[in-house]
Design a protein around this ligand. Structure first.
Ligand SMILES: [Zn+2]
Length: 220
């Protein structure tokens, strides 16, 4: 079984690819006023982080599913690092998670559930690296706690790595990264593009099977 591809150390493979088109990128609806301002400032020159609609929905739904029990959730961001015309950026194309050991103020992967996580990573149908992680803060807003910063330093210490924090109670989301050891907020865009959707073919098939059965013929 292959271990997950965490890009630690000082380098990350950066491939050439144009970023998602501007007309296919929008602001997340849970951005705070400050983050929305940063988003709009950044929009013209392009983002360092783009999150696919699919990945965004999975993270948000994961956080919302555990909202009533006020439990934190977490998972890994799967995608890649790219460059185009002198700009570098990361794409999050999907997310992965497993059973969690969580309270209202802490979360980690259940140590007995790593095999399940590795198995689900093996089923990912596209080439990826882990470009960061996400977790939730049910009701206490988006920031990086000292434990979160430790995790970031230990596992995602490159500038291009991101940490996404979601507060499903206050409906807030923010991305962070380490800039020479200091935590900074990172504006990001949500993109949708069927040609970059790794599950394009699958979703078409699913839509076809979802057609309701025909009503019985009524005699004329
Ligand atoms: Zn946290």
């Amino acid at each position: 079984m292959n271990p997950p591809l965490i890009t630690g150390g000082q380098t990350a493979e950066v491939r050439e690819l144009p970023p998602p088109r501007r007309d296919r990128v929008k602001a997340h609806k849970w951005l705070t006023e400050r983050c929305l301002e940063e988003h709009l400032d950044r929009e013209r020159e392009g983002f360092e982080l783009y999150i696919s609609k699919i990945a965004e929905e999975k993270m948000r739904n994961h956080a919302l599913q555990h909202l009533n029990e006020r439990k934190e959730v977490m998972g890994l961001l799967l995608g890649g690092f790219y460059q185009h015309e002198g700009r570098e950026y990361a794409l999050v194309r999907d997310v992965a998670t497993t059973d969690l050991d969580a309270t209202d103020v802490s979360v980690r992967f259940d140590p007995d559930a790593f095999e399940k996580l590795f198995a689900s990573l093996e089923e990912i149908g596209f080439k990826y690296v882990i470009v960061g992680w996400y977790h939730s803060h049910p009701s206490y807003h988006c920031f990086m706690s000292s434990t979160d910063v430790q995790t970031q330093r230990g596992m995602f210490n490159l500038r291009c790595h991101s940490a996404i924090v979601i507060d499903p109670v206050n409906k807030e989301i923010e991305a962070f990264f380490l800039d020479e050891g200091k935590v900074r907020s990172r504006p990001f865009g949500i993109y949708w593009d069927e040609y970059q959707n790794p599950y394009y073919g699958t979703s078409v098939r699913m839509r076809q099977t979802a057609v309701p059965p025909k009503a019985p013929d009524v005699p004329q």
